[in-house]
Every structure is written in structure tokens, then in C-alpha cells.
Ligand binder design. Structure first.
Ligand code: DGL
Length: 261
């Protein structure tokens, strides 16, 4: 019996958990959302690493066999520190998202994410390691997270904000757009409209779940769904409401946890 631990700065990482539950239906999962301290996307590297290690220690104390860092900002800054401290497989969204974007064959790739993710240059580095000649255009889109949390997935205002953030990418004729934030899969339709049909949208959440499935290998046919338990560091009812939108179904077994830090 194996157990996967997934953490994020809040409820956004449920986009990754949702795909994991679909691809590995019989596997037990523990999700931790650090909702008391979000957003991570505006914080310094040092703070993000500290928070990530604290989240991972909690999940490891729950007996997980694999750690999935669903948060792009945490992945961008903390993967090396996490791999150093923990001796279980650690999967982040950066390497898997970059590999999927590189595999599209696009000559120019756009990367969008939080300010901290873009500032880290992690996606750009991962893409250039895979394809040294690639042209990468990056843009921080900090307003997308609050707009998604407001539920404005398909709203005129969100479309105007997207058109403004992505104007540079349109001018540079990117061929693939890498969604480097947990919240952006909910804007997929809108971003597709703003960028046009010629741009392939790459969702790092989905490719991360796929990479985890590959690591797990063939699973025996299961007749019972795996147990999924959710922990939030702040159990504001709004997080559960939003979480259910991200997840597409009800969240049961939700507990508040004090990381004691
Ligand atoms: N989960 C974060 C990410 O994927 C977005 C929200 C935040 O800034 O904490 O980068």
C-alpha cells in the first residue's frame, strides 16, 4: 500500500490532486494546503523554502511514500532543499511542465506564473536545459490568482487583464504557453481565446500527475477508491467552497492543522 503526499500554498494544488485521483484511483493521498500563509507567489525564496520544508515534514509524519509539490512557486524554489532533506521520491511541477512544453516542438515558448516563480527563472532554466536553442518568453501574472479565487474564470475583466499581460507574448508569436501556476488550468479556455488557435496550452498540473503515475508503474485493478484526506492550515469555509470548484467534487475529511511553527 502506498501513499502520496501533495502540498500547495492553499487550494490551487487541488488541480494536481484532481488529476492524480483520476490517474491513480486506488492510491491513498494526503493533501496539505498552507492556506494560513498563502500566497507564496509574492514571497522571498528563503521564506518559500522554509514553508515548503515545514509542509513536507508534516506530510512525511503522515507516512507518505512519495511527495508531490503541486505549488509552482514552491517547486521553483524548494525542490533541491526538499530532495536534500527527504529520502522519498520528490516530484515537482517545473521539470514535468517544462518537458511537456519542450515536447510540443514549439520554437518559442511562453511561461506564465506568480512573481516569485518567474523571478526564480526555474522554468526557463529547465526548458533551456532540455532545448538549448529554445526562445523562452516569461511573464508574471500576479492578478490571475485573486481573479480565479473570485471565481471570475470566464469574465470580461479577466480577459482584459490576460490580454494586457500576454500582449508581449502575442507580439513575439509564441507557439506554446506553459501554465506555471496551480490556478491557471481554470483559465485555460479564456487564455486559449486570448492567445488564439495557433498556441498550444500546456498544463503543468496534468503532466505532473502523469509523471507520478509513470513512477508508480502499473497498478492492480482496484474496486475501492483510495482514501483522500485534506489538511488546511486555516480552515476558512471559503477555502473548502473554492477547493470543491478546483476539485470538481465534494471535499470530505477536511481537517485544520497547526504546523506548530
Ligand atoms: N500555488 C501557487 C503557485 O502555483 C499560486 C498561489 C500562491 O501564490 O500561493 O505558484
Amino acid at each position: 500500500m502506498q501513499k502520496i503526499g501533495v502540498f500547495d500554498s492553499g487550494i490551487g494544488g487541488l488541480t494536481v490532486l484532481k488529476d492524480l485521483m483520476r490517474l491513480l484511483p486506488g492510491v491513498d493521498m494526503v493533501y496539505l494546503g498552507d492556506s494560513a500563509r498563502l500566497p507564496y507567489g509574492t514571497k522571498s525564496s528563503k521564506t518559500i523554502v522554509r514553508y515548503s520544508l515545514q509542509c513536507a515534514r508534516f506530510l512525511v509524519s503522515k507516512g507518505i511514500d512519495m511527495l508531490v509539490v503541486a505549488c509552482n512557486t514552491a517547486s521553483a524554489h524548494s525542490i533541491a532543499a526538499l530532495k536534500d532533506e527527504f529520502h522519498i521520491p520528490v516530484v515537482g511541477v517545473i521539470a514535468t511542465g517544462a518537458a511537456a512544453a519542450a515536447a510540443t516542438g514549439a520554437a518559442t515558448v511562453g511561461v506564465i506564473g506568480t512573481s516569485s516563480t518567474i523571478r526564480s527563472g526555474a522554468y526557463e532554466k529547465a526548458l533551456l536545459d532540455l532545448k538549448p536553442g529554445l526562445k523562452v518568453v516569461s511573464a508574471a501574472c500576479p492578478l490571475f490568482v485573486p481573479l480565479v479565487e473570485e471565481g471570475w474564470f470566464d469574465d470580461r475583466i479577466t480577459e482584459q487583464v490576460a490580454a494586457r499581460y500576454l500582449a508581449g507574448m502575442r507580439a513575439q508569436e509564441i507557439e506554446a504557453l506553459l501554465l506555471g501556476c496551480t490556478h491557471y488550468p481554470l483559465l485555460k479556455g479564456l487564455l486559449g481565446r486570448v492567445m488564439g488557435d495557433t498556441v498550444t496550452i500546456v498544463d503543468s498540473a496534468y503532466y505532473t500527475a502523469l509523471a507520478v503515475k509513470e513512477l508508480f508503474g502499473e497498478q492492480p485493478a482496484c474496486h475501492k477508491g483510495g482514501d483522500v484526506v485534506y489538511y488546511l492550515t486555516d480552515l476558512n469555509p471559503r477555502f473548502v467552497e473554492l477547493g470543491e470548484i478546483f476539485l470538481g467534487h465534494e471535499m470530505t475529511h477536511v481537517y485544520e492543522v497547526d504546523l506548530g511553527v
